[in-house]
Design a protein around this ligand. Structure first.
Ligand code: NCD
Length: 421
């Protein structure tokens, strides 16, 4: 098992054992006095941020500085050559010549996968549109481990904007990987998780999430943690923006919901009025600790990707969080299936990088599961395009005979699933 040279685009790129390895290293870094590490000397980390950030960018930069390495930053993508029309794949390729690892944040779903394909060095997804934010999930799972004493089998309620909240999508997969019980609690029915996330949970992780309606007066099911999120206003188009405000969570609401004192309160931050500061000093409120763990967790991820973590740190992971050394994740057939491109087949998600920046990458798909009737999903943003029985849409220039053999006769019409709903 090695993370050396690997990109982290989705939390699904990591097995459970690899995540536990990162946590083992993170615990070692957390225990070190500041600035005492020189493992990263001579290495460069580039942060390319095309969307605002405080925690993610600065904790990555702090992590690299504390490893003794150096940092190159584009804090505002509008200031880069993207404003002159350079494609993301060109930018990623160019920056690979200047840095040993790239952290990318971008408004288009699937952008990090495009960059990872084009770059000659590992790419870490620092958030791609409404899609995923895997290193936030590493911080979240690490926090759960620190607060609850284990990660395995926890029950976590995910509340708020579950439609556009990328941290929630990655965290749901991460919890599933650790045998967790996921309770989705959208603040408003219009903010429920996209269908492709539910599909991925079912077909890839074999998990059926539960639901709780925070507005119908029923108490919240007992949970180890309540993960709050802000409304992602910047991702609403037009007049829908601002109509999805939800109430400020305070002591009174938590009491009304029947949330016990032992339920850990988490939030990826920033908050935008939905989390009352009166909760900040309560023992159960873990969100500032959660943000602080960003440094050791990201130090560990960088060090393992660069292959500079001390060997003895990486070995001997005894399983404080319930690990079984060498155990892979729950990933099943979907991540192993054949990739293909097909004439006339494009991603149904308008926010996908392949639609927002068509020149950046060839449109490619994978089967959503080995059952072709479940549809195909975009290689970059995971949006599922549902297929129904009938004739193949493949044109003469389709590349992959295996995919064609699997799909021919199984597809007639495509209806978008999950991207725009
Ligand atoms: C999150 C993000 O950018 O997705 N922030 C973070 O990285 N901690 C959450 C958010 O912006 O709401």
């Amino acid at each position: 098992m090695t993370l050396k040279g690997r990109s982290i685009v989705s939390i699904g790129d990591l097995s459970r054992a690899e995540i536990e390895l990162i946590f083992r290293c993170a615990e070692r870094f957390a225990a070190q006095p500041r600035g005492q590490t020189h493992l990263g000397r001579g290495f460069q980390l580039a942060t390319l941020f095309f969307e605002p950030s405080t925690r993610t960018r600065l904790s990555f930069e702090s992590a690299m500085n504390r490893l003794g390495g150096a940092v190159l930053t584009v804090a505002d993508g509008a200031q880069s050559s993207a404003s002159k029309g350079e494609t993301l794949s060109d930018t990623a390729r160019i920056v690979s010549a200047y840095a040993d690892v790239i952290v990318l944040r971008h408004p288009a779903e699937g952008a990090a996968r495009v960059a990872a394909d084009a770059a000659g060095v590992p790419v870490i997804n620092g958030g791609d549109g409404a899609h995923e934010h895997p290193t936030q999930t590493l911080c979240d799972l690490y926090t759960l481990g620190q607060e609850c004493g284990k990660i395995e089998g926890l029950t976590v309620t995910l509340y708020g904007d579950l439609k556009y909240g990328r941290t929630v999508h990655s965290l749901a997969y991460g919890l599933a990987l650790f045998g967790g019980r996921i309770i989705f609690a959208p603040a408003d029915p219009a903010l429920a998780p996209p269908a492709y996330v539910l599909e991925e949970l079912r077909t890839v992780y074999g998990v059926e999430p539960e639901w709780w309606d925070p507005n119908d007066g029923t108490p919240m099911p007992t949970a180890d943690a309540l993960y709050l999120t802000r409304v992602q206003k910047e991702r609403f188009s037009g007049s829908a923006a601002g109509t999805r405000e939800y109430p400020r969570i305070d002591k009174a609401i938590l009491k009304r919901w029947g949330v016990p004192d032992y339920t850990v309160l988490m939030h990826p931050l920033p908050r935008a009025g939905e989390l009352d500061p009166e909760l900040d000093n309560e023992t159960r409120s873990a969100y500032f600790r959660q943000a602080a763990y960003g440094v050791p967790v990201r130090m560990a991820a960088i060090a393992l990707i660069l292959g500079i973590a001390e060997e003895e740190w990486a070995s001997g992971w005894g399983g404080r969080h319930g690990a079984t050394p060498g155990q892979g994740g729950a990933l099943t057939d979907a991540h192993a299936t054949t990739e293909f491109s097909a004439a006339g087949l494009s991603c149904a998600n308008p926010g996908c990088i392949t639609n927002r920046e068509p020149g950046s990458a060839e449109r490619r798909f994978v089967l959503a599961s080995l059952d072709p009737s479940r549809g195909v999903r975009c290689r970059y943003c995971d949006a599922v395009v549902r297929a129904s029985v009938g004739e193949s849409p493949f044109g003469a220039d389709e590349r992959d005979a295996t995919a064609k053999a699997l799909l021919t006769g199984a597809l007639l019409e495509y209806a978008p699933l999950g991207a725009a709903d």
